[in-house]
Design a protein around this ligand. Structure first.
Ligand code: DC
Length: 229
C-alpha cells in the first residue's frame, strides 16, 4: 500500500510522555493530571496486567501456566472509558485494585508471552494529539522513541504510607507493615524478572516524589515537557 510508510511516520510523530516507576509511587495520579493538562490520551498499562490477573484468577489458572496466561492476554476483552474499566462487559475498576489482583498482576507481568501479547494493544493508544503512558517499560520497550521519559519513584516507606491512607479512606484496615512488605516483594519481583524489569533507563529523568506533592510532580513533568503553564 502506498500510504503505509506515511501512515507509520504520522503515528510515530504523535508525542509520547513515558512515565515508569514502582507500585504506589503516584505515577498514575501524575500521569493522568499531565494528560489532562495537555489534552493528551492516557494509558494505564498496569491496568492491563491487572485485568489479565483478574481473568486468570476467575478461571482458576495457575500462575505457572504460561501458555494459558499468554492466550488469555491475547484475547483480553478489555474496555477503558474514563474511570470505567470493563472486562468482558463487567465493570471491574474497583476489583482490579485489590491486593490479590496487585500480587497476581506482578506474577503475570513476569510471563514473557503475556507481555508480548499486550505490546500492540498498548501501542494502539498512541493517537493524536499525544499520549501519556504509565507503567514499567513504557520508555524502554513500548515507546522507546518517547520524547520525554521519566522514572517516577518514592521510598518504599512513603509509598506504603500513601497506599495505607488510600485504603483507610475506603474503610479498609490493612496494616502498614503488611503493605510495606507486599510492596517490597512486588518491587523485588518486578525488578528481578528477565523481561522488561523495573529500572530507570539511561535516557529517563528521575523524579523522586518522596518529599513533594502530586501537584509539584505534575508541574515538574510539564516543565520538562516544555509546556506553557
Ligand atoms: O502500575 P500497577 O501497580 O498497576 O501495575 C501492576 C503490575 O503490573 C505491577 O506488578 C507491575 C506490572 N506492570 C508491568 O510489568 N509493566 C507495565 N508496563 C505496567 C505494569
Amino acid at each position: 500500500m502506498s500510504d503505509g510508510p506515511q501512515a507509520a511516520a504520522a503515528i510515530t510523530a504523535v508525542p509520547v510522555i513515558a512515565i515508569d516507576g514502582p507500585s504506589a509511587s503516584g505515577k498514575g495520579t501524575v500521569a493522568q493530571a499531565v494528560a489532562q493538562a495537555l489534552g493528551f490520551h492516557y494509558l494505564d498499562s498496569g491496568a492491563l496486567y491487572r485485568l489479565v490477573a483478574l481473568a486468570a484468577m476467575r478461571r482458576g489458572l495457575d500462575w505457572s501456566d504460561e501458555t494459558a496466561l499468554a492466550a488469555l492476554a491475547a484475547g483480553l476483552e478489555a474496555q477503558f472509558e474514563g474511570e470505567n474499566i470493563r472486562l468482558a462487559g463487567e465493570e471491574v475498576a474497583e476489583a482490579i485494585r485489590s491486593e490479590a489482583c496487585s500480587a497476581g498482576a506482578s506474577r503475570v507481568a513476569a510471563v514473557p508471552g503475556v507481555r508480548l501479547a499486550l505490546v500492540t494493544r498498548q501501542r494502539d493508544y498512541r493517537q493524536a494529539p499525544g499520549l501519556v503512558a504509565d507503567g514499567r517499560d513504557m520508555g524502554s520497550v513500548i515507546f522507546p522513541d518517547a520524547g520525554l521519559k521519566i522514572f517516577l519513584t518514592a521510598t518504599a516507606e512513603e509509598r506504603a504510607r500513601r497506599r495505607h491512607n488510600q485504603l483507610k479512606q475506603k474503610g479498609n484496615t490493612a496494616k502498614l507493615d503488611d503493605l510495606l512488605q507486599d510492596l517490597r516483594e512486588r518491587d523485588a519481583r518486578d525488578s528481578a524478572r528477565s523481561v522488561a524489569p523495573l529500572k530507570q533507563g539511561p535516557d529517563a529523568r528521575l523524579l523522586d516524589t518522596t518529599c513533594i506533592s502530586a501537584a509539584q510532580a505534575v508541574a515538574q513533568v510539564l516543565d520538562w515537557y516544555g509546556a506553557p503553564r
